[in-house]
Ligand binder design. Structure first.
Ligand code: FRU
Length: 536
């Protein structure tokens, strides 16, 4: 449907058509980044799931390849579901994935490249003895899925985790293996949290405490902290927590039980689910992929013939300044798409005003912005005890002394359509508390789209300005506050703020404070995301 074609993105990964969900088995091999994904080749809705496959030199430009694995065995007849890759010390690739069997039982299967000399890894072989794991006693046959990348133990074994639940407690089961064929269930789960429900797509990895480099999945010791991430089937968000891994008991303990997995921090406060990291040995970094679904209706998806994007891959590191959260940042390669830029220095935005930013176009942008609140207003502002939350407040219209202020993205000239991305600052007990939000309530004149307000608290440390990075790509706005401490991905479907009518504005809805904004804004090139030349 050409009427909706502008909603397609220009530099985000998407298949040419139909439905996509979770990222699967990301890895770097012989000069290529491989990306596999949950794919329905037959429709723009979930179902008939197989593994799509694409390769890239730089995580930005992609070549689509033939399907890597299809549902051709009894043990994956109802779907070739999510899985992860492990690269062994000798360079061999092991792929573990969940199959939904002919009886819809969730089992784990082993696959490997047919030809390790093929850098494109076109053909995959499923192990003849599959399945290698079936649900253990006490685990429901439909609650056993999404094996992680394996990590190595000092005992000389490989260890994996598989998500599950017992009653309403989400858990990460642990298995040890020497050959990826025979497995031993460990007596204790890696971790579990009551009330969080089924844990999908568990991820477990170390982050360095001392550097911004990534570390291999098997790294342990005092130099690292360990992250546990679970995708909560019940509320469709990805939650993580930082903690300490005990290799001997194969268990993990959160640093702070109040911000445990599923009850504390999220990777992203918008739409972002079923994510997975991999250690990129090419650049020595850990890279996070996340599935960003649609927030229009299923009817609209079927009409346009496709559904879902992948977020721009993000590097993940420990925030050594706070010590209590991760930092997520778009991989540096996305900057290769930057074209001409506009700079705006120290623009004054008075209380209650909107300032247009003069750009040639505003549908493909990389925005770097910093904001300052005027010091006098900060000093004289009275303390407030207001209970604020992005999601339950009245969005960017809700004014207090010190905010909200930020950007109006994908806005039309009349501001009938606009998606504010903003900070909201409160003064209480002599200190400032900052929230970072995206308000979709006026994002589209259409009715069949999600109009929620997203966001959460963001740490702003002494002496820091309010900083923002925003990637805009037609129907997606990915926002990173304070260097990636809090992120929000939003899908928006304007009807007027499209093509040349899409504009960008600064706004300040604070009652008392002047805001000074400095920005650098790049027009973004489109990425090459090419179909497979069908010559085989
Ligand atoms: C998460 C998920 C996984 C499953 C896959 C099926 O979105 O439900 O748990 O393996 O998608 O497509």
């Amino acid at each position: 449907n050409s009427m909706l074609s502008w909603q397609r993105t220009a530099f985000h990964f998407q298949p040419e058509k139909n439905w996509m969900n979770d990222p699967n088995g990301p890895l770097f091999y012989k000069g290529w980044y491989h990306f596999f994904y949950q794919y329905n080749p037959n429709a723009a809705v979930w179902g008939d799931i197989v593994w799509g496959h694409a390769v890239s030199r730089d995580l930005i430009h992609w070549l689509h390849l033939p399907l890597a694995m299809v549902a051709d065995q009894w043990y994956d007849q109802n779907g070739v579901w999510t899985g992860s890759a492990t690269i062994l010390p000798d360079g061999k690739i092991v792929m573990l994935y969940t199959g939904s069997t002919n009886e819809s039982v969730q089992v784990q299967n082993l696959a490997y490249p047919a030809d390790p000399n093929d850098p494109l890894l076109l053909d995959w072989v499923k192990y003849s003895g599959n399945p290698v794991l079936v649900p253990p006693p006490g685990i429901d046959t439909k609650d056993f899925r999404d094996p992680t990348t394996a990590w190595y133990t000092s005992e000389g074994k490989w260890r994996i985790s598989i998500g599950s639940k017992i009653g309403k407690t989400g858990i990460a089961l642990i298995y040890d293996t020497e050959d990826f064929i025979n497995y031993k269930l460990q007596p204790q789960a890696l971790h579990g949290v009551p009330g969080t429900g089924m844990w999908e797509c568990v991820d477990f990895y170390p982050v360095s405490r001392t550097s911004q480099n990534g570390v291999d999945t098997s790294a342990t010791g005092p130099e690292v902290k360990h992250v546990v991430k679970a995708s909560l089937d019940d509320d469709r968000h990805d939650y993580y927590a930082l903690g300490t891994y005990n290799e001997v008991t194969s268990t993990w303990t959160p640093d702070n039980p109040e911000i445990d997995v599923g009850i504390g921090l999220r990777y992203d406060y918008g739409i972002f689910y079923a994510s997975k990291t991999f250690y990129d040995q090419n650049k020595g970094r850990r890279v996070l992929w996340g599935w960003i679904g649609e927030s229009d209706s299923e009817v609209a998806d079927v009409k346009k013939g496709w559904a879902s994007l992948q977020g721009i891959p993000r590097t993940v590191t420990l925030d050594t300044k706070t010590g209590s959260n991760l930092l997520q940042w778009p991989v540096e390669e996305v900057e290769s798409l930057r074209l001409r830029s506009n700079e705006f220095n120290k623009v004054e935005v008075k209380p209650g005003s909107v300032v247009p930013l003069d750009l040639d176009a505003a549908t493909q942008l990389d925005i770097v912005a910093e904001f300052e609140l005027d010091k006098k207003a900060l000093e004289k502002t009275a303390e407030s005890n207001e209970e604020f939350s992005c999601t339950t407040s009245h969005g960017a219209r809700h004014r207090n002394a010190l905010g909200p202020f930020g950007l109006l993205v994908l806005a039309d000239d009349s501001l009938v359509e606009q998606t504010p991305v903003y900070f909201y600052v409160q003064k209480s007990n002599g200190t400032l508390k900052t929230f970072f939000c995206t308000d979709q309530s006026r994002s589209s004149a259409a009715n069949d789209v999600n109009k929620q307000i997203y966001g959460n608290f963001v740490p702003v440390l002494e002496g820091e300005k309010f900083t923002l990075r925003v990637l805009v790509d037609h129907s997606i706005i990915e926002s990173f506050a304070q260097g990636g401490r809090t992120t929000i991905s939003s899908r928006v479907y304007p009807t007027r703020a499209i093509y040349g009518s899409a504009k960008l504005f600064l706004f300040n809805n604070a009652i008392e404070a002047d805001v000074t904004a400095s920005l650098k804004i790049w027009q973004m090139n489109s990425a090459f995301i090419r179909p497979y030349p069908n010559t085989r």
